[in-house]
Write a protein of this length. Structure first.
Length: 143
């Protein structure tokens, strides 16, 4: 079963290109990843993007993950922008799923763009991941 996309490929790619520009303009070849020292500055730049651009980019990345890893055993939450289910495994029908990942829109886009690693985000408390299938590190960067 394929994922029903709500964000068109063109709109999503355009929004994500604007988000990627935030990361590429703030990061260098010597320091290609977000660190504790530069995170606040980059996050402020991200926040200056129009809300519609941020929302579209987050939703596009969520849909891309669901397309690449179909299933219902992990729920990925990026409030207030969206949520998706992915990864094959036991299906849940009600209540909290067995595996949940939750993070901010900024961190989600940084992971998707490859500006932040899953391990760094997890170790820094920038995302929460619970359950046996919640480690999504192998799927990043998405783009």
């Amino acid at each position: 079963m394929s994922v029903r996309r709500r964000v068109s490929e063109a709109d999503g790619a355009a929004a994500f290109a604007q988000v990627r520009q935030v990361f590429t303009s703030a990061l260098s070849d010597e320091k290609p990843l977000i660190s504790a020292e530069n995170r606040a500055y980059i996050e402020q730049s991200f926040a200056r993007l129009p809300r519609g651009v941020r929302a579209t980019a987050v939703r596009y990345a969520l849909e891309e993950l669901a397309t690449l890893t179909p299933g219902n055993s992990v729920e990925v939450r990026v409030p207030p922008y969206g949520v998706t289910q992915c990864i094959a495994g036991p299906r849940h029908t009600r209540g909290t799923p067995p595996s949940v990942v939750e993070t901010s829109g900024f961190i989600w886009c940084a992971l998707a763009a490859g500006a932040l690693t899953w391990d760094d985000a997890s170790a820094s408390g920038l995302l929460t991941a619970s359950g046996e299938r919640s480690n999504l590190s192998r799927y990043f960067p998405l783009f």
